[in-house]
Design a protein around this ligand. Structure first.
Ligand SMILES: Cc1ncc(COP(=O)(O)O)c(C=O)c1O
Length: 466
């Protein structure tokens, strides 16, 4: 039930009662959405009138808040739900409620964390989570970092650092990455002005790891032609299958040929908190740079990832700039001005999105949830293997399982449609070894055995429907 509506001509500067009412009504929308997540279907088609309602331009006079919130809620209830425990598609996002509160606080504190002198305590907070991430990966204490909007920008920021290290030459420097690397990497190279001719796509072995023998051959071929291996990218958790490249081997190859070693750990990096994940990610600590998404492996709301760079000064070398209007910017000992380390000047206070949930729940809570995702992937692989007519295409290295129908792509496609039409599950597909494959990505903290039961039931229904 709606309470007293906020007045139609609401002033921009709200008084305490108005603020409280606005917050309460907004939080009620979130509660209503959370309240339906367990029984509403995972997918609800968006009616055309809902899209039309959302395209309306802002009016000259105000609109009552309940009316706006109703419109918003109607749109948010449609489409694919990210709150649903059955979300196994692409890379799921947990959207922890403590992260929602942290995001609200980050906006409500209205702090500028682009430079340390504005709010040194809050920049110290952000530094504390970056240093913690560096330790999780076993990087040296002097490692510098920056929180960005996502893995794409984190990858790009690392590549800019590699380019500006001083030895990049467009006519002879070469970058190497797996054919299974995320598309944000070639995109980042394009945005960094790296010509396509300088990028080698290296074949992946059956589980989806970069074939280090092919890499070595390409490196030797390029060297023989007088080219300089400039960048080697390792993938710590491929988007297709969760495969982890042999990071120790890649680090050794990069070190031998003087290349910068970047690890895209956007999806898989946080598994380093678990024993099994740390073993798979061995070698990540030797990276020159790492990109990791907190909005994946730490289940936080969208918009927070980190880039970590081993070499002090590398981020600043690539990103600092000057303007006459900056004469009043001062330095705080031992705290960075983030605007000098990355592409953004004004930026949200992202540190709080990590700091609050990590301190509130403790690291163990995240470690357990990640361990559980690893368990679920293994259980799902075992259950799927037992279904006649289903081929599990790899032993899960992290929390993704890919499988297909032995009968071929048409049957796989039918299974995909039955799973996604079940109303309780969402999966996505890819192409592996020329075959259509369905991926089950376990990374939602609410996902459990009931979802594996539902996947198995849907597969059996699809196979029986032949
Ligand atoms: C391995 C990998 N790298 C990079 C990205 C890009 O991250 P973002 O979507 O946060 O930009 C993704 C996204 O799924 C990914 O899986």
């Amino acid at each position: 039930m709606h309470k007293r509506p906020v007045s139609r001509l609401l002033p921009l500067d709200l008084d305490a009662a108005q603020r409280k009412q606005l917050a309460q009504e907004a939080f009620e929308v979130i509660e209503r959405l959370l309240g339906r997540r367990d029984h509403a279907p995972i997918f609800v088609p968006t009616p055309p009138q809902c899209i039309e309602a959302m395209q309306v331009a802002p009016p000259e006079g105000g609109t009552e808040l309940p009316e706006l919130l109703d419109r918003l809620q109607a749109a948010a209830e449609c489409g694919w739900s990210k709150e649903h425990a059955g979300d196994l598609g692409f890379i799921p996002n947990g959207g922890l409620y403590s992260g929602v509160i942290a995001a609200m606080l980050a906006a409500g504190l209205h702090s500028f964390t682009g430079s340390a002198f504005e709010q040194p305590g809050l920049v110290a907070l952000e530094e504390s989570v970056l240093r913690w991430l560096g330790r999780v990966f076993g990087m040296p204490p002097a490692t510098e970092g920056l929180l960005l909007s996502g893995g794409s920008l984190a990858n790009q920021t690392a590549i800019v650092c590699a380019r500006d290290r001083g030895d990049f030459a467009p006519d002879r420097s070469v970058a190497y990455l797996s054919e299974r690397a995320h598309h944000s990497l070639p995109k980042a190279m394009h945005l960094c002005g790296i010509p396509a001719a300088c990028i080698r796509s290296i074949r992946a072995t059956a589980p989806g790891r970069i074939d280090t023998q092919s890499l070595l051959e390409e490196v030797e071929r390029d060297r023989a032609l007088g080219r300089h291996p400039w960048l080697i990218v390792g993938v710590a958790g491929s988007t297709d299958t969760g495969s982890v490249d042999d990071l120790s081997e890649l680090a050794a190859i990069a070190s031998r040929c003087g290349a910068w070693f970047h690890v895209d750990a956007a999806y898989g990096g946080m598994f380093a908190l678990t024993g099994r994940g740390a073993a798979r990610l061995q070698g990540i600590g030797a990276a020159d740079s790492v990109a990791v998404n907190a909005h994946k492996g730490l289940f936080l709301p969208y918009g927070v990832a980190a880039v970590l760079v081993r070499h002090p000064g590398a981020l600043a070398r690539a990103h600092s700039g000057q303007g006459a209007y900056m004469r009043d910017v001062t330095r705080v000992p031992d705290l960075p001005n983030y605007f000098e380390l990355g592409p953004e000047l004004t930026r949200p206070f992202r540190g709080l999105l990590l700091w609050l949930p990590l301190h509130l729940h403790g690291v163990a809570g995240f470690r357990q949830a990640l361990d559980r995702s690893l368990d679920l992937a293994q259980q799902a692989a075992a259950r799927l293997r037992a279904i006649p007519g289903i081929e599990v295409l790899h032993e899960p290295e992290l929390s993704i399982v890919a499988f297909c129908a032995a009968q071929g792509d048409a049957t796989t496609q039918r299974i995909l449609a039955v799973i996604n039409g079940s109303g309780e599950l969402r999966v996505s597909s890819t192409t592996l070894h020329g075959r259509t494959a369905i991926r089950l990505a376990f990374l939602h903290p609410r996902t459990g055995e009931p979802q594996i039961d539902a996947v198995e039931a849907a597969i059996r229904r699809a196979l029986e429907a032949r």
